[in-house]
Ligand binder design. Structure first.
Ligand SMILES: Nc1ncnc2c1ncn2[C@@H]1O[C@H](COP(=O)(O)OP(=O)(O)OP(=O)(O)O)[C@@H](O)[C@H]1O
Ligand SMILES: [Mg+2]
Length: 251
């Protein structure tokens, strides 16, 4: 059974996609087979890995609506890294799913039986039906939180949705961890937010903190993970360390 992790925060631009791509890359580098499920109609993890969103013939959208098998939509990025890609077609799913029987568990059905060590789900910045599908399909949730003033706002709503999905649809759902992203050591606010998160999440907070690092921001424009773009950058070292922590927590 794969370890299926939903990378989720309903707040936009907090580093979900950057975390999904680069955590996946380091898990794959360590020898694990990894599938990224791009559950965001923006398709940022799809394009960030070098795929042309417009040229996709089969996507996660087709798989969600049982029009294609997961394996036939999957694309290989490297020997251990794969992606179920998405593009703007997926935007319709939020509405179309409403009329589907068992609409909350279509992703779980679609991913059932796949043979990977890890499946990382890159969620959209919302708490809609696509995200509920991610939470129903996952074993655990990784929550990236940007080290800024409003970081904690919205987290209690997110935790309450996780709790609701746990009791209604997915009793085994766990929080894998909370990850501080876009950390700026020159900004005293970053340190303050870090302290608050430590107090609130204790051991659930990953020890690894992802710094604000321009190399991480550049990599997707070349369609590359940080390993190919600049493996010696601070950002690369952070995601490598995160992969070790995730391995330990998912043993
Ligand atoms: N640690 C970092 N250092 C510098 N830039 C970063 C870092 N993490 C992410 N970024 C940049 O910040 C922007 C938002 O990051 P990302 O796309 O990963 O967030 P997201 O949560 O997936 O956004 P969305 O909610 O739109 O899906 C992107 O331009 C990305 O390249
Ligand atoms: Mg994203």
């Amino acid at each position: 059974m794969p370890n299926t992790v939903a990378v989720l925060n309903q707040k936009g631009g907090v580093g979900k996609t950057t975390t999904t791509i680069n955590l996946a890359a380091y898990l794959a580098k360590a020898g694990h087979s990894v599938l990224i499920a791009d559950l965001d109609p923006q398709g940022n993890s799809t394009s960030g890995l070098g795929l042309d969103k417009q040229a996709l013939r089969t996507t996660l959208y087709d798989v969600l609506f049982s029009r294609a098998e997961a394996n036939s939509a999957t694309q290989k990025i490297s020997s251990k890294l794969f992606i179920l890609p998405s593009n703007a077609n997926l935007a319709g799913a939020e509405v179309e799913l409403v009329s589907v029987a068992e609409r909350e568990v279509q992703l779980r059905r679609a991913l059932a039986g796949l043979n990977y060590d890890y499946i990382l789900i890159d969620c959209p910045p919302s708490l809609g039906l696509l995200t509920i599908n991610a939470l129903s399909a996952a074993n655990s949730v990784l929550i990236p939180v940007q080290a800024e003033y409003y970081a904690l706002e919205g987290l209690s709503q997110l935790l309450s949705v996780i709790q609701q999905v746990r009791s209604a649809l997915n009793p085994g759902l766990d929080i894998l961890g909370v990850l501080i992203t876009l950390y700026d050591s020159r900004n005293s606010l970053s340190e303050q937010v870090k302290k608050e998160l430590e107090n609130y999440f204790n051991a659930k907070l990953f020890t690894t903190v992802v710094p604000r690092n321009v190399r991480l921001a550049e990599a997707p424009s070349f369609g590359r993970t940080i390993i190919e773009h600049d493996k010696w950058s601070k950002g690369a070292r952070a995601y490598k360390a995160l992969a070790r922590e995730v391995e330990k927590r998912t043993l």
